[in-house]
Design a protein around this ligand. Sequence first.
Ligand code: ADP
Ligand code: F6P
Length: 322
Amino acid sequence: MIKIAVLCSGGDSQGMNACIQTIVNMASVHGIMVMGVRRGYQGLIEDDMIELTRESVANIGNLGGCVLKVSRCPEFKTAEGVKKGYETLLKNRIDYLIVIGGDGSFRGAIELSRLGAKVITMPGTIDNDLFYTDRTLGFDTAVNNAVSAIDNIRQTMEANNRGLIVEVMGRECGHIALNVAVAVCAHSVAVKEVNTTISDIVSDVKQCLNKGITSPVVVISEAVDYSVDDVRRAVEQECGIECRTSVIGYLQRGGAPSVFDRVFAIQLGINAIELILKGVSNIALGIRNRNVFYMKLEDVYNLKDEFDKLLYRQLRNLHNLK
Ligand code: ADP
Ligand code: F6P
């Protein structure tokens, strides 16, 4: 009997549970035993795993968070930590390990594969910062959550003729910020990829106020090296408009996965088991042009970020910004 294990690592993201559920359901169809490793690589080091069954994962597909729990595990960044994790796999006779996580988790999976583990990775992070794939699991939901939060806040800003400065997550990556900004037709967006400065934001806001906008919306990525309060102070001083700030934060990372993320999670789960049945390993699953595909795990970092400059420019054109 094939025995596999699944773990989720890094920040949790919506769709992880749907993925776990699909892996278990699809595995049970083919008589594969699935172990769930708790708390990511920390649990792997500590040999903390339980058998997952159709019954134990029933009704988790619509939940945010991660039933197996996640962790950031500094020890796994050491050769000793990876060795301990590999030994847990050997001890439990795990044939394949599925890792759902982001950039760092993939690096851990590569280290395990170098020791001899058979690994399959899936992109699970809200940040969309794995560039071999068009989308990471959770990104779509995170953007939707931020957009609905801003839609609400905006109503009270409009009622008071106030400007709104919001910060969204995404770590070093501006994909969440850009997509949220476009969805709410923000008047300025600040991302690291184009080195947006506070003066750039002030200039955007001034241009919009001159065109009659009464409640400008500014979206900043958490990657920029200034805060929403720094921006608020500058805009209030230089544009003469009262502003309020909001850090959307963890609101983005909770709640039910969107339909896109659910379908993506299910596709990832099905593909992983099909590949295991074919004996394929040390690959990363992703989605490109709406098709789920896989590539050699070691090659995922050959692809660099292609920040969507066209979308960025289109948002600026929408407000006729210089
Ligand atoms: P994400 O996977 O979402 O990018 P992190 O960067 O925090 O989140 O990485 C998750 C975990 O992956 C880390 O806590 C660590 O256990 C493991 N990891 C990160 N980088 C490496 C590395 N270079 N080698 C081995 N394991 C790593
Ligand atoms: O990587 C996902 C993410 O939500 C980032 O967007 C954010 O910077 C980070 O995790 C927050 O991490 P933590 O949950 O450890 O505070």
